[in-house]
Design a protein. Structure first.
Length: 361
């Protein structure tokens, strides 16, 4: 009711004005667009050519109202359809050339403190969006590439200042650079799992349905003394002794979980407006009630007692695995993924292109 009544008021309020302007618009080929919010208050009115596309109208509304083009939908007041795509406005307006629209705001993906894109809707609304439109893409690219480029230049500068420049030193530095860029960099890991945004969102939903399997592990060990004969350059032999860890046994157990709830939130709308996404996965868990906490503490104590009885020392660790639909244990297959929106990937985007660019420095 809050939406229907104001819409009727706006249509009546503009009816007489639209009748007076109808003959002019028909001759000039223009559409009179009125944009209102959910409460029926007018936000914007504009006369625009009937050949103007819906996408261009979205851009105009975004600039006029200080919004992001991907942060809202336009709904026709007359028939409730959503305006989208490249279709001209002349296909959507009434016979008198009028077009009344309701602006429906969408949840906007937000950034956390590490500047990663947050895909869950639990992020506070006052957090600044990650994506700031095409006009800010240059600064966003510099923000990602700049620190890495400066670090590489600084490394080369320090190496050649502190040591006498030589081919062997350059090869060592270049090798370290390649190893980091190709095997340890989040971008390289993401490009190995490159796909379209829709399939990545589907993968996220699949992971969220898997069962949590928290694990505890104790690796038993003791110190052992090792001896070896060492011969120096002059042929003299001496005996060296060292203390080394000797692992003897490992105890692993799954903490009992009967029920669980996913608290990460649902994937927000509007991801298909982002031309490129780099997604980083983190998986964590916490106990939901005191009874479960006490049960897990008893399991931990039992495993520690078994480890202490088996050997002098033990290393303790806790980690989380997931159980898929078939009940098999698995870790997250990918911690970083990159998704692109569109019918096909851009020609410059891909693992092979990244390798070529990395090798060329």
């Amino acid at each position: 009711p809050l939406r229907t009544i104001p819409c009727c008021i706006i249509v009546v309020a503009h009816a007489e004005w639209e009748c007076m302007m109808a003959s002019r618009r028909q001759g000039a080929g223009k559409v009179s667009v009125v944009v209102q919010n959910m409460a029926g208050a007018e936000l914007l009115s504009v006369e625009i050519q009937s050949s103007t596309s819906v996408a261009d109208l979205r851009d105009h509304i975004a600039r006029s109202l200080g919004l992001y083009p991907f942060a809202f939908d336009l709904i026709s007041v007359d028939d409730g359809t959503k305006l989208q795509g490249p279709a001209p406005l002349g296909e959507h307006c009434r016979a008198d050339g009028g077009l009344d629209l309701t602006l429906l705001k969408l949840p906007v993906p937000r950034a956390n403190s590490s500047r990663f894109l947050r895909l869950q809707s639990s992020v506070p609304e006052d957090v600044k969006p990650t994506y700031h439109g095409r006009e800010g893409s240059g600064w966003a690219t510099l923000d990602v590439v700049g620190p890495r480029l400066l670090l590489f230049i600084a490394t080369l500068f320090i190496a050649f200042q502190c040591f006498e420049a030589s081919l062997s030193q350059f090869i060592i530095i270049y090798g370290v650079y390649l190893a980091e860029a190709l095997f340890f960099n989040p971008a390289s890991r993401g490009l190995r799992s490159l796909g379209d945004t829709g399939s990545i969102v589907g993968y996220i939903q699949k992971v969220k349905s898997w069962r949590p399997l928290p694990k505890i592990q104790a690796k038993c060990w003791h110190w052992e003394t090792r001896t070896r004969n060492v011969t120096d350059s002059e042929g003299r032999t001496r005996i060296e002794t060292s203390q080394e860890k000797e692992y003897t046994q490992t105890f692993t157990e799954t903490l009992r979980v009967t029920e669980w709830t996913d608290t990460s939130g649902e994937v927000v709308q509007g991801l298909h407006y982002f031309p490129l996404l780099q997604i980083h996965f983190e998986c964590s868990w916490e106990v939901g009630d005191e009874q479960t906490r006490q049960e897990h503490d008893r399991q931990r104590l039992a495993v520690k007692n078994r480890a202490q009885a088996a050997d002098h020392e033990h290393d303790w660790s806790e980690f989380l695995l997931l159980g898929d639909d078939n009940g098999a244990e698995c870790q997250l297959p990918h911690t970083d993924m990159i998704g692109a929106t569109g019918d096909r990937l851009p020609g410059w985007l891909g693992w092979n292109q990244y390798v070529v660019a990395t090798v060329c420095g």
